[in-house]
Design a protein around this ligand. Structure first.
Ligand SMILES: Nc1ncnc2c1ncn2[C@@H]1O[C@H](COP(=O)(O)OP(=O)(O)O)[C@@H](O)[C@H]1O
Ligand SMILES: [Mg+2]
Length: 337
């Protein structure tokens, strides 16, 4: 099946569904001791996540994808912090919760899958006890019930001989199995939203394909944020994508819209080596120039120094504005000039 027909068969980007997560104007700032001015790793990010949709956060390394995810979970590393904006889970504001409340949100409401399973797993405790601890913290069950839930969770993510694996330590498993364990851990308390940050990046191609299959089968109807620098991964899994550049979202749309007719020059650059939509794994090509670093203070459009279409307006920051059903942050988006 081509990607195109795969898209058509999916219920993509259903904008009537209820908003589960509402992220508004979030700024994550890090002080810079040697400089007068701080650095905004996330610089005014807003998006909505609707029930049952998979939203891809896509962009080059350093664009602020992980920091956006960490801000949702209250895990921005110190001395960084959210200095502006709000994050609502349904009607509840979660960006200013005390730590004990946040712990309940993580696991109950938001489940996280990290790039490196070793950072999410405790190396000196067996898999079963780590899964059980999480179950007991969040669900009112006995130890033996928790162990059964743990077994089921491993079995559900396609881990062979799941009962025996409960006894295993993380280092005794292959990278692919460890990532499955991380996914089982993220799902075990049935969180409303799953956040997966580069969950397949560290894996070799065959294992990556297997984990993507698992996402597609097991999480087809999940409400999920999938973070990746790989547009091909996003194309396989996501309903909608938000393209990030220098701490901001520059374009959003359904995956089909963005791949077939990108409107922001940055997205166009990312996709310029993708002549046809039905190629399964579009690869990103480098765009000449460098994104702004933490050293650069950007007043206007952060992409303007690399952009072919830049004009004088670009010294002023474009906002992410709704145009038809899409959003683009550009003074001269494609199709309008
Ligand atoms: N602990 C930290 N302290 C200061 N700056 C950081 C820290 N972690 C990340 N950053 C900076 O924040 C920006 C966004 O990083 P990140 O969200 O990790 O990007 P991505 O996940 O898109 O690769 C980058 O410029 C990065 O250098
Ligand atoms: Mg990252």
């Amino acid at each position: 099946m081509t990607l195109q027909t795969e898209m058509e068969n999916r219920d993509i980007g259903n904008l009537d569904n209820e908003v589960i997560l509402n992220v508004k104007d979030v700024v994550v700032q890090f002080p810079r001791p040697k400089k007068k001015t701080p650095f905004n790793a996330v610089n005014g990010v807003s998006f909505e996540l609707r029930k049952g949709e998979t939203l891809g956060l896509v962009g080059e390394s350093g664009s602020g994808k992980s920091m956006t995810a960490l801000s949702l979970l209250g895990l921005v590393p110190v001395p960084g912090r959210i200095i502006e904006g709000s994050i609502n889970l349904r009607d509840r504001r979660i960006d200013n919760l005390p730590i004990n409340e946040l712990r309940k949100v993580r696991g109950n409401d938001l489940g996280m899958v990290f790039q490196d399973p070793m950072t999410g797993l405790n190396p000196v405790r067996n898999i079963g006890s780590q899964l059980c601890e999480s179950v007991i913290r969040h669900q009112n069950v006995s130890k033996s019930e928790a162990l059964e839930i743990a077994f089921q969770a491993l079995d559900d993510v396609g881990i062979p001989s799941a009962r025996d694996r409960l006894e295993a330590f993380p280092h005794e498993l292959s990278g692919g199995l460890r990532q499955r364990v991380m996914i089982a851990l993220a799902l075990i308390n049935h969180p409303e939203v799953i956040i997966a940050d580069e969950a397949t990046t560290a894996l070799d191609a065959t294992i990556q394909a297997q984990i993507l299959d698992l996402f597609r089968e097991r999480l087809a109807n999940a409400t999920m944020i999938l973070i990746t620098h790989d547009m091909g991964v996003a194309a396989e899994i996501c309903d909608r994508i938000a393209v990030m550049y220098a701490g901001r979202i520059v374009e959003t749309g359904t995956i089909e819209e963005v791949l077939s007719s990108p409107r922001h020059p940055y997205t166009m650059g990312l996709l310029s080596a993708v002549p046809r939509f039905d190629i399964r794994r579009p690869k990103l090509v480098p765009i000449p120039g460098q994104p702004p670093t933490a050293e650069d203070i950007v007043q206007g459009c952060a992409f303007s120094s690399r952009c072919k279409f830049t004009k004088e307006n670009c010294a002023e920051r474009p906002l992410l504005e709704k145009r038809d059903n899409r959003q683009v942050a550009c003074w001269f988006p494609k199709g309008e000039v």
